[in-house]
Design a protein around this ligand. Structure first.
Ligand code: SF4
Length: 220
Protein backbone atom coordinates (compact mmCIF):
# COMPACT_ATOMS: atom_id res chain seq x y z
CA UNK A 1 0.00 0.00 0.00
CA UNK A 2 1.40 3.37 -0.96
CA UNK A 3 1.50 6.13 1.57
CA UNK A 4 1.03 9.49 -0.06
CA UNK A 5 1.35 12.97 1.35
CA UNK A 6 3.54 15.42 3.14
CA UNK A 7 4.36 14.04 6.60
CA UNK A 8 4.28 17.59 7.99
CA UNK A 9 0.58 17.71 7.10
CA UNK A 10 -0.59 14.13 7.16
CA UNK A 11 -0.38 10.76 5.47
CA UNK A 12 -3.03 9.05 3.45
CA UNK A 13 -3.67 6.07 1.26
CA UNK A 14 -6.07 6.01 -1.66
CA UNK A 15 -8.08 9.11 -2.49
CA UNK A 16 -8.62 11.89 0.01
CA UNK A 17 -12.23 12.65 0.93
CA UNK A 18 -13.49 15.78 -0.83
CA UNK A 19 -13.86 17.58 2.51
CA UNK A 20 -10.15 16.97 3.24
CA UNK A 21 -9.07 18.00 -0.25
CA UNK A 22 -10.75 21.38 0.11
CA UNK A 23 -9.48 21.79 3.66
CA UNK A 24 -5.89 21.30 2.50
CA UNK A 25 -6.47 24.09 -0.01
CA UNK A 26 -7.55 26.35 2.85
CA UNK A 27 -11.01 26.46 1.31
CA UNK A 28 -13.14 25.17 4.18
CA UNK A 29 -14.92 27.47 6.57
CA UNK A 30 -14.94 25.88 10.02
CA UNK A 31 -18.45 26.29 11.38
CA UNK A 32 -18.69 25.53 15.10
CA UNK A 33 -22.45 25.27 15.32
CA UNK A 34 -22.84 24.61 19.06
CA UNK A 35 -20.75 23.55 22.02
CA UNK A 36 -23.55 21.34 23.32
CA UNK A 37 -22.65 17.65 23.54
CA UNK A 38 -24.05 14.81 25.65
CA UNK A 39 -20.81 12.85 25.58
CA UNK A 40 -17.87 13.46 27.86
CA UNK A 41 -14.60 12.29 26.29
CA UNK A 42 -11.60 12.63 28.59
CA UNK A 43 -9.55 13.86 25.62
CA UNK A 44 -12.14 16.43 24.49
CA UNK A 45 -10.21 19.34 22.95
CA UNK A 46 -13.11 21.82 22.88
CA UNK A 47 -12.17 24.82 25.02
CA UNK A 48 -13.99 25.66 28.27
CA UNK A 49 -15.48 28.81 26.80
CA UNK A 50 -17.14 26.75 24.03
CA UNK A 51 -17.87 23.29 25.44
CA UNK A 52 -21.47 22.91 26.61
CA UNK A 53 -22.30 26.45 25.47
CA UNK A 54 -24.84 27.28 22.82
CA UNK A 55 -22.47 29.52 20.88
CA UNK A 56 -21.70 29.67 17.14
CA UNK A 57 -18.30 30.45 15.60
CA UNK A 58 -17.45 30.89 11.93
CA UNK A 59 -13.71 30.21 11.92
CA UNK A 60 -12.62 32.10 15.05
CA UNK A 61 -15.35 34.76 14.96
CA UNK A 62 -18.45 34.39 17.11
CA UNK A 63 -21.55 34.84 14.96
CA UNK A 64 -25.28 35.06 15.52
CA UNK A 65 -26.96 33.76 12.38
CA UNK A 66 -26.67 32.38 8.85
CA UNK A 67 -26.00 35.83 7.34
CA UNK A 68 -22.90 36.20 9.52
CA UNK A 69 -21.73 32.77 8.34
CA UNK A 70 -22.25 33.73 4.68
CA UNK A 71 -20.31 36.95 5.27
CA UNK A 72 -17.38 34.99 6.70
CA UNK A 73 -17.54 32.54 3.76
CA UNK A 74 -17.24 35.47 1.33
CA UNK A 75 -14.46 37.04 3.39
CA UNK A 76 -12.28 33.90 3.16
CA UNK A 77 -13.46 32.94 -0.36
CA UNK A 78 -14.61 29.59 1.01
CA UNK A 79 -15.15 26.62 -1.28
CA UNK A 80 -17.12 24.78 1.37
CA UNK A 81 -17.75 24.39 5.09
CA UNK A 82 -17.15 21.80 7.80
CA UNK A 83 -19.81 21.81 10.53
CA UNK A 84 -18.53 20.82 13.94
CA UNK A 85 -19.19 21.23 17.67
CA UNK A 86 -20.07 19.80 20.27
CA UNK A 87 -22.59 17.56 18.57
CA UNK A 88 -24.23 19.54 15.74
CA UNK A 89 -27.24 17.19 15.72
CA UNK A 90 -28.36 18.77 19.01
CA UNK A 91 -29.06 21.92 16.97
CA UNK A 92 -30.39 20.15 13.88
CA UNK A 93 -32.78 23.00 13.00
CA UNK A 94 -29.90 25.50 12.91
CA UNK A 95 -27.75 23.06 10.90
CA UNK A 96 -30.45 22.54 8.27
CA UNK A 97 -31.11 26.27 7.96
CA UNK A 98 -27.43 27.09 7.49
CA UNK A 99 -26.80 24.29 4.97
CA UNK A 100 -29.81 25.48 3.02
CA UNK A 101 -28.69 29.11 3.04
CA UNK A 102 -25.07 28.34 2.14
CA UNK A 103 -26.15 26.15 -0.78
CA UNK A 104 -28.58 28.83 -1.98
CA UNK A 105 -25.95 31.54 -1.77
CA UNK A 106 -22.96 29.68 -3.24
CA UNK A 107 -24.61 26.89 -5.32
CA UNK A 108 -24.86 23.17 -4.72
CA UNK A 109 -21.12 22.83 -5.44
CA UNK A 110 -20.31 24.48 -2.11
CA UNK A 111 -19.15 21.33 -0.32
CA UNK A 112 -20.45 20.79 3.21
CA UNK A 113 -19.39 18.08 5.62
CA UNK A 114 -20.50 17.52 9.20
CA UNK A 115 -19.01 15.82 12.27
CA UNK A 116 -21.10 13.98 14.85
CA UNK A 117 -20.76 11.16 17.34
CA UNK A 118 -23.85 9.57 15.83
CA UNK A 119 -25.60 9.49 19.21
CA UNK A 120 -28.72 11.19 17.83
CA UNK A 121 -28.52 10.21 14.15
CA UNK A 122 -31.55 8.30 12.92
CA UNK A 123 -33.45 8.07 9.63
CA UNK A 124 -35.35 11.31 10.25
CA UNK A 125 -32.11 13.20 10.87
CA UNK A 126 -30.44 11.69 7.81
CA UNK A 127 -33.39 12.52 5.56
CA UNK A 128 -33.29 16.15 6.69
CA UNK A 129 -29.53 16.46 6.24
CA UNK A 130 -29.51 14.84 2.82
CA UNK A 131 -32.45 16.83 1.52
CA UNK A 132 -30.80 20.06 2.73
CA UNK A 133 -27.77 19.11 0.60
CA UNK A 134 -25.17 17.80 3.07
CA UNK A 135 -22.36 16.19 1.03
CA UNK A 136 -20.37 14.22 3.61
CA UNK A 137 -20.88 13.00 7.19
CA UNK A 138 -18.09 11.94 9.54
CA UNK A 139 -18.71 9.90 12.64
CA UNK A 140 -16.63 9.97 15.79
CA UNK A 141 -18.11 6.84 17.41
CA UNK A 142 -17.39 7.57 21.06
CA UNK A 143 -19.17 4.31 21.89
CA UNK A 144 -19.25 1.34 19.53
CA UNK A 145 -23.05 1.37 19.96
CA UNK A 146 -23.01 4.56 17.87
CA UNK A 147 -21.89 2.50 14.86
CA UNK A 148 -25.60 1.78 14.39
CA UNK A 149 -25.89 5.41 13.24
CA UNK A 150 -23.13 4.85 10.68
CA UNK A 151 -25.12 1.91 9.30
CA UNK A 152 -28.16 4.16 8.96
CA UNK A 153 -26.14 6.86 7.17
CA UNK A 154 -24.74 4.31 4.74
CA UNK A 155 -28.22 3.84 3.28
CA UNK A 156 -28.16 7.41 1.92
CA UNK A 157 -26.51 8.94 -1.12
CA UNK A 158 -23.84 10.83 0.79
CA UNK A 159 -20.16 10.21 1.59
CA UNK A 160 -19.76 8.51 4.98
CA UNK A 161 -16.53 8.31 6.96
CA UNK A 162 -15.12 7.69 10.44
CA UNK A 163 -12.91 10.11 12.39
CA UNK A 164 -10.95 8.45 15.18
CA UNK A 165 -8.51 10.03 17.61
CA UNK A 166 -5.19 8.14 17.48
CA UNK A 167 -5.01 7.36 21.19
CA UNK A 168 -1.82 5.58 22.26
CA UNK A 169 -2.58 2.14 23.76
CA UNK A 170 -5.92 1.95 21.92
CA UNK A 171 -4.42 0.40 18.81
CA UNK A 172 -6.60 -2.72 19.06
CA UNK A 173 -9.77 -0.68 19.17
CA UNK A 174 -8.66 1.44 16.21
CA UNK A 175 -7.81 -1.65 14.15
CA UNK A 176 -11.21 -3.16 15.03
CA UNK A 177 -13.00 0.01 13.92
CA UNK A 178 -11.01 0.29 10.69
CA UNK A 179 -11.85 -3.34 9.86
CA UNK A 180 -15.50 -2.68 10.66
CA UNK A 181 -15.39 0.35 8.35
CA UNK A 182 -13.90 -1.68 5.54
CA UNK A 183 -16.41 -4.51 5.93
CA UNK A 184 -19.30 -2.05 5.92
CA UNK A 185 -18.13 -0.03 2.88
CA UNK A 186 -17.46 3.13 4.84
CA UNK A 187 -15.76 5.42 2.33
CA UNK A 188 -12.86 6.64 4.47
CA UNK A 189 -11.33 6.61 7.95
CA UNK A 190 -9.39 9.57 9.32
CA UNK A 191 -7.05 9.07 12.27
CA UNK A 192 -6.49 12.35 14.06
CA UNK A 193 -3.32 12.94 16.00
CA UNK A 194 -4.11 13.31 19.68
CA UNK A 195 -3.20 16.76 20.92
CA UNK A 196 -2.87 18.24 24.37
CA UNK A 197 -4.44 21.59 25.03
CA UNK A 198 -5.55 23.74 27.93
CA UNK A 199 -8.83 21.83 28.29
CA UNK A 200 -7.58 18.24 28.22
CA UNK A 201 -3.97 18.23 29.40
CA UNK A 202 -4.71 17.30 33.02
CA UNK A 203 -6.82 14.31 31.95
CA UNK A 204 -4.25 13.20 29.39
CA UNK A 205 -1.30 13.70 31.74
CA UNK A 206 -3.09 11.63 34.41
CA UNK A 207 -3.19 8.75 31.91
CA UNK A 208 0.52 9.08 31.23
CA UNK A 209 0.05 10.90 27.91
CA UNK A 210 2.46 13.78 27.38
CA UNK A 211 3.39 16.14 24.55
CA UNK A 212 6.34 14.89 22.57
CA UNK A 213 6.66 16.65 19.25
CA UNK A 214 5.43 19.70 17.45
CA UNK A 215 3.75 21.96 19.96
CA UNK A 216 1.14 19.63 21.38
CA UNK A 217 1.29 16.21 19.68
CA UNK A 218 1.05 13.35 22.18
CA UNK A 219 3.91 10.86 22.40
CA UNK A 220 3.05 7.48 20.92
S1 SF4 B 1 -17.91 13.93 21.35
FE1 SF4 B 1 -16.51 15.57 20.71
S2 SF4 B 1 -17.31 17.46 21.65
FE2 SF4 B 1 -18.31 15.72 22.69
S3 SF4 B 1 -17.03 15.33 24.50
FE3 SF4 B 1 -16.29 13.97 22.87
S4 SF4 B 1 -14.61 15.11 21.86
FE4 SF4 B 1 -15.81 16.61 23.08
Amino acid sequence: MTIIGNPEIGLYTGKLPKGCELCRLGGKLVLFITGECDDNCYYCPVSDDRFGKNRIFANETEVKDAMDVIYEAYRMKALGAGITGGDPILEIGRVIEIIDKLKNEFSSDFHIHLYTTGRYVNDDVMKELVSAGLDEIRFHPVKELYLNAVKIALKYDIDVGLELPAIPNEGDKIVRLVKWAEENNVKFVNLNELELNARNYLNLNSKGLHAKHGITGVEG
